[in-house]
Design a protein around this ligand. Structure first.
Ligand SMILES: O=P(O)(O)OC[C@H]1O[C@H](OP(=O)(O)OP(=O)(O)O)[C@H](O)[C@@H]1O
Ligand SMILES: O=c1cc[nH]c(=O)[nH]1
Length: 180
């Protein structure tokens, strides 16, 4: 496995993303942060933790969105659903969707669809830890990017989290002739 971000780089990247979000959303009153289940939530938990250290208590509106039933392959493949936890309306709000990896863009397409159940947002932005650029199958791009990488179809970005995997690291697996 080739390391894309080590523990220290991952921590700095999360901090930067959090600050970039705050830079564009100084008043969080009309902004909500939503992590995409399951793996985007590890990123959003850390981003929200970081932002909460900076802003007054009670100002961050944070939810978690499961996109399982909105996937375009829901009838073709078996998927285990997760929980959606959004206890507020997103009507006229600025929504910041947060995920770990942006690859084909299909997860985000599904998330945009799933979001509509909670209102009509004023604007939706996307924050991702890793952008596998040039891999998109839909016209979807991120507004906040931790690290952009070039990769090929046989590779996979794997994000490890201390609370789940015992370490913080982003790695790139696979490649030509078992390169990594
Ligand atoms: O841009 P996309 O091609 O949708 O890929 C990005 C998604 O893939 C991962 O989920 P998962 O491992 O569940 O991937 P899957 O959607 O390919 O099953 C990851 O956590 C992102 O949510
Ligand atoms: O490389 C990839 C592509 C999709 N999802 C991941 O988690 N990694």
């Amino acid at each position: 496995m080739k390391t894309v971000l080590n523990e220290q780089q991952l921590a700095i990247t999360i901090k930067r993303l959090s600050h970039q979000i705050l830079e564009n959303h100084t008043n969080l009153e009309n902004t909500v942060l939503i992590g995409i289940q399951p793996r985007g939530v590890f990123v959003s938990d850390r981003v929200v933790q970081e932002i909460r250290q900076i802003v007054p208590p009670g100002t961050v509106q944070y939810g978690k969105l499961d996109i399982t039933f909105y996937r375009d392959d829901v009838r073709r493949e078996l998927h285990v659903p997760n929980h959606t936890d959004i206890s507020f309306s997103i009507e006229n709000k600025n929504v910041i969707l947060i995920d770990d990896v942006l690859y084909t863009g299909r997860t985000i397409r599904a998330a945009l669809d799933a979001l509509l159940d909670f209102g009509r947002p004023a604007k939706v932005e996307l924050c991702v830890l890793v952008d596998r650029r040039f891999s998109r199958q839909l016209p979807i791009q991120a507004d906040y990017v931790g690290r952009s990488i070039d990769s090929i179809i046989s590779q996979k970005v794997k994000v490890f989290w201390k609370e789940k995997d015992g370490k913080d690291e982003v790695g790139l697996l696979g490649g030509p002739d078992g390169m990594y």
